[in-house]
Ligand binder design. Sequence first.
Ligand SMILES: [Zn+2]
Length: 358
Amino acid sequence: MTITVKCKLDLTDGQREAIDKTMEVFASACNDALEVGREAETTSNVKIHDRCYYDLREDHDLPANLAVRAIARAANILKDPDREDSTVRPSSIDYDGRTFSFKEHDWTISLSTVKGRQKPITLDIGDYQKDLLSGRDPSSAVVFRKRINGDVTYYAGIHIEVEEPPPNLGEDHDWVGVDLGVENLATLDDGTQFVGEDVNRVRDRYNRTRASLQSKGTKGAKRVLRRLSGRERRYQKSVNHRLSKQIVEKAKAEGKGIRLEDLSGIRDRIRGSYKLHSWAFAQLRDFLKYKAAIAGVPVEIVDPAYTSRTCPVCGHEEKANRKKQAEFECQSCGHEEHADVVGARNVASGGVCQPSQK
Ligand SMILES: [Zn+2]
């Protein structure tokens, strides 16, 4: 799978100017190529290339491979029926191995622009990005800019290829089942629980501060609120990194794959607070997926239906099996276990059949 590693760029004034100018030129080259394709009624990269490559280079003074990328971008847009009349705005540039390079030893990149090759461009990145980029030789990227609260920030989305382990390994393979939740952030089928005490304590503190600030409603209070939610997100993110790393390391050490439930399962279980935390679950799942891919650990997503109320011992499914949020007691065979562990065991075995299919 291709993973895009989003890296903030720390640009000098000259580099920013060169990239801004190149964004303009790249967009107008894309738009020229779009026009050529529409006039010739073709979506073929090759045909558009034949018709306008030299014109694009000459008219826009564009480096060769940026012209190639502009034509490819135009051809992709033309192939998309939903983008019939769309044009390209000057906010991004596509790079390939000729126009972009990455150096790990000082975490920099170089980029072709209409004002010459810009290097070194410093990547302003943390361990997350370094982990992903380390030991790799990426050969494509998208450079883009975003306006956030009036400030323009520049990024390179660097593409890396991660070889995915084969899916559908079947029942012979051993799996670590993961049940995600709020009280226990993650529970594994062997009973390992990653308790969210710290996370919940921090969250409660934020929630209390938030409530008192919201009741004030002043401008200053709003500013503090924004800063708070940023900090809460960063905290949750570091927790998700740690958690996903531990789960992947455990699965790898045991020679197992990882099975997760579909996020809709979590949503149904914790209805009230899901909205508040949905991004955190999605992030944890994404971290698990990419760390597993890098580690060569297969990941499967399992249908979450009935995993929380089906007995992992006798297969009996009944709502009453789940006595409380944390307690499971099978109404048929009497098996008792922590409800999250039951969920994880059912996920590990690939989910449970719907009652009608039994
Ligand atoms: Zn049972």
